[in-house]
Design a protein around this ligand. Structure first.
Ligand SMILES: NC(=O)c1ccc[n+]([C@@H]2O[C@H](COP(=O)([O-])OP(=O)(O)OC[C@H]3O[C@@H](n4cnc5c(N)ncnc54)[C@H](OP(=O)(O)O)[C@@H]3O)[C@@H](O)[C@H]2O)c1
Length: 252
């Protein structure tokens, strides 16, 4: 039995990951609203902006499950706004969910992993964290912070392996467009279904990385790429094989 906690698991990509991971063990999904689709998972209310709620979810998972083997952070939302269009409040709010929330999940997840001497953390990042586009100066910058966070975290994990603290892994799965409610809140941009993945594309990649925690983008592309997918390194993070672009091959 390999058990999973998915923050932002009530909808979209996170929910698809939760559905796949029920084949491997018990699953707890956490979010502010109830899961959009009923399934063989448990649900806990959690706003990732609040470290006490994040910790409570992980404590609950430890009480209910023998181990917590995978922690996924899929909590997030987007906007496509230029610098003079983003209010101070919108920046602060996105920072709280994207950067603070990711920190709280990793920090309290790591406490659990250290007790077990093993664990895997997968962040659902974004292709927007690479490159530069004036409309992603807010969202893209803060998703980029998740990727940079993972670089420091993976260095910690190497240190931990070398000092017998435990066997820990971290990946950042960076989707291109995926057909979810995410886009409903972004009227500034229309995304066609022809260039979008479906949530299970990201869920399948997440499941495979969990099964093969040492794999990077090359192994994932070689062994688990679906025909319509592009799986690749994500500039400027090309030296980090665990930061992985997954998009529809028609995605610009
Ligand atoms: N869809 C895309 O094209 C796309 C592309 C690149 C990256 N991404 C990334 O993929 C992740 C998932 O997005 P999605 O497409 O699956 O969107 P979605 O269907 O809107 O799902 C977003 C999830 O995040 C949760 N969430 C948002 N704010 C939260 C908070 N403060 N506390 C706890 N949970 C919170 C939502 O749960 P509640 O509403 O229940 O709180 C929901 O479960 C995001 O990080 C997004 O940046 C998406």
């Amino acid at each position: 039995m390999k058990n999973t906690v998915v923050f932002g698991g009530t909808k979209g990509i996170g929910l698809a990951i939760a559905q796949r991971m029920t084949a491997h063990g018990q699953v707890l999904v956490a979010g502010r609203s109830a899961p959009a689709v009923a399934g063989a998972y448990r649900y806990a209310v959690c706003d990732v902006r609040d470290p006490r709620q994040v910790r409570q979810v992980l404590d609950n998972a430890c009480q209910q499950f023998a181990t917590v083997d995978l922690v996924v952070n899929s909590a997030g939302y987007g906007h496509c706004l230029a610098l003079d269009e983003i209010s101070d409040e919108a920046w602060v709010e996105m920072n709280r969910v994207t950067v603070d929330g990711n920190f709280f999940i990793a920090k309290h997840g790591y406490e659990v992993f250290k007790r077990q001497k093993s664990g895997h953390f997968i962040i659902i990042g974004s292709m927007a964290s690479g490159g530069g586009w004036r409309m992603e100066i807010g969202y893209g910058t803060l998703k980029g912070a998740q990727a940079k966070f993972a670089m420091h975290l993976n260095d910690q994990f190497i240190w931990d392996r070398n000092h017998d603290v435990g066997d820990f892994h971290c990946h950042v799965v960076c989707p291109g467009s995926v057909s979810t409610d995410f886009w409903k809140a972004i009227p500034q941009r229309t995304v066609s279904a022809e260039e979008s993945l479906v949530p299970d594309d990201i869920a399948r990649a997440t499941e495979v990385l969990f099964q093969h925690p040492t794999w990077g983008w090359q192994e994932l592309a070689e062994h688990a790429k679906r025909p319509h997918q592009l799986i690749a390194a994500l500039p400027p993070f090309t030296a980090q094989p665990y930061i992985i672009r997954i998009s529809h091959d028609a995605h610009p």
